[in-house]
Each structure stands twice: as C-alpha cells, then as structure tokens.
Design a binder for this molecule. Structure first.
Ligand SMILES: [Zn+2]
Ligand SMILES: [Zn+2]
Length: 213
C-alpha cells in the first residue's frame, strides 16, 4: 500500500490517495485540479471514494469524481442519509456558503466493516462527536489511521456543529487511543493540517483526559 496525501487548499479538507491493488480516495477536498493532477501523474484510477463524514469541505467534489472516474462512493449510514438528500444543515452549506445537490452513496459503512483494496484492508471505526456520520479508517499492516475531523495532529475536531456532541467525541477519542495502545497506530492522517504520528493520539487523549470517563 502506498498513500499519497493531497493537502487541502483553503478550507478544503486533505485528501488521500490510497493505492493498493485497488485505489481509494479518502475525502475529496475542494480542489478538483489537484485530484486530477495527482491521478494523472501516478497514472491511476479512483476505484472507491470513501467519505470520512458528511461536511461539505470533505465531500464537495464527490459528483465530479464519480462522473470522471466512475467511482463507487462509501460513507457511514448517517452520512449517507444526509448526502443522499442534500441535507444542507448537516452538510454545512450555510457555513461554506454553498449548495449541495444530492449524491448516491453506493456502499453504506458501519463500525467494524472492512474495505478490501486487495493487499490493503481499511477497517471502519465509527467515531461520532464531530458529526453524526463520522468514521475513521485504520490499515493495520501499515498502522495508518485516517482520522477525518475527529482528531488532528494538534487537537480535536469541533463538536458545536449540527450533529456534533462533545461527550460522543470524547468516547471516540478514547476508542482511538485504545486502538493506539492495543494495535500501535503509527501514522495519523487527519482531515486538516499536517500529518501526525500515533503518539499524537496519546498527546490529545492526555489533553482531554479530565473529560474522558
Ligand atoms: Zn473538515
Ligand atoms: Zn468536519
């Protein structure tokens, strides 16, 4: 497995091209030219588009990517419910001053599901709190954790947006920290900002330890 980070531009999320026997794109960001440039350079298709959650800055380009690459779209059940009706409240259309035409989600994800890319297998961890339909993806062989907006290198996601819940976010952070302790997460690939390491989970967990029961 090889991972090619595509850094977010402006408010847009980071995207990650995960190349194994099949290729997945984790989140779309908002810069279509960057996605095209990277896939052309690597001469790869995008077989699967995996959305970590329903917020516009992560899903903005989904319909264009599906059209161009004939990609299958994966999202958590709750994220899919919002995306398939273009729920502007949960997609945060007002915050980003935009509209979101509904998209079709081909594969509904739930906690514990495994997305099989061939050699690489992405395990789905349901991590609500930043949004209702948030998931993280963990690849055990490499120790890579795609953490969406749940946890960043230096901090955690907001919980004050529609569908957010601070207590649930704390439980999600605690679950990711348990994964780090048990399974040895090595690399943190967040939805915004610089890439981190497994021990950043420890750091962030410690920072919020008084809120974690
Ligand atoms: Zn985001
Ligand atoms: Zn978000």
């Amino acid at each position: 497995m090889k991972v090619y980070p595509i850094p977010g531009v402006g408010y847009g999320s980071n995207s990650y091209l995960v190349k194994s026997d099949k290729t997945a794109l984790v989140d779309t960001g908002t810069d279509y030219a960057n996605i095209i440039k990277e896939t052309s350079k690597l001469n790869i298709q995008i077989d699967y588009l995996i959305l970590t959650h329903e917020h516009y800055d992560h899903v903005a380009l989904a319909s264009q990517i599906v059209l161009n690459y004939n990609t299958r779209v994966y999202a958590h059940q709750l994220a899919a419910e919002y995306l398939e009706v273009g729920d502007s409240k949960h997609i945060l259309c007002d915050l980003f001053n935009t509209q979101y035409p509904p998209i079709k989600v081909d594969v509904i994800l739930g906690h514990g599901d495994v997305i099989d890319l061939g050699e690489a297998r992405l395990k789905v961890i349901y991590t609500p709190g930043h949004s209702a339909g948030s998931v993280c993806l963990y690849e055990r062989d490499s120790g890579y954790l795609f953490s969406g907006d749940v946890v960043f290198r230096d901090g955690i996601g907001r919980s004050d947006l529609p569908g957010g819940d601070f207590n649930k976010l704390m439980i999600s952070l605690d679950n990711l920290h348990k994964l780090y302790l048990k399974d040895g997460v090595k690399r943190l690939l967040p939805g915004h900002g610089p890439l981190g390491e497994g021990r950043d989970l420890e750091k962030n967990h410690l920072m919020y330890s008084s809120n974690i029961k």
